[in-house]
Design a protein around this ligand. Sequence first.
Ligand code: ADP
Length: 161
Amino acid sequence: MPRYAIYPGSFDPLTNGHVAIIQRGLKLFDRLIVAVANNPQKTPLFSVDERKQLVDEAFGHDPRIEIDSFDALLTDYARKRGVSTILRGLRAVSDFDYEFQIANMNLQLMPEIETVFVMTGEDYFFVSARLVREVATFGGDVSSLVPKNVEEALKKKLRRS
Ligand code: ADP
């Protein structure tokens, strides 16, 4: 039986921090479902389809990575997919409090769920999609923070808006 985990997030857009988590996740699991959150309360820079495509391109359509989206509770999505392991990344200490709350809330909602945390390397400890969006919006160089295809997509998107 292949071991599956769901890696949920906004991925708006995919950063090298996310890439490192996916690479580490693939050492622990046979397959990863990268689940792009479609949150109607947020106005993203990239649409769900664009975000999914950027992940798929960045990993060269790796068959071990399935890219999906969800717009319900993560636990409902996990049940629907029949997967009870969630992969999350940890950055600085500031992530811990939030991640701890979510992991415990998910446990209340679905007792069989397990959340596995992995850390990024120190190079990407400070990288967040929000920071990338802010820097790129003001014309800053994000080439060391995101995969090449994301850098190009950011340029195209921001030139248009
Ligand atoms: P962001 O906070 O960058 O918008 P997401 O909401 O898409 O990212 O987060 C998805 C998951 O990836 C979360 O568990 C988050 O902590 C993790 N993550 C994002 N960036 C990094 C990073 N640079 N290092 C480690 N984990 C990260």
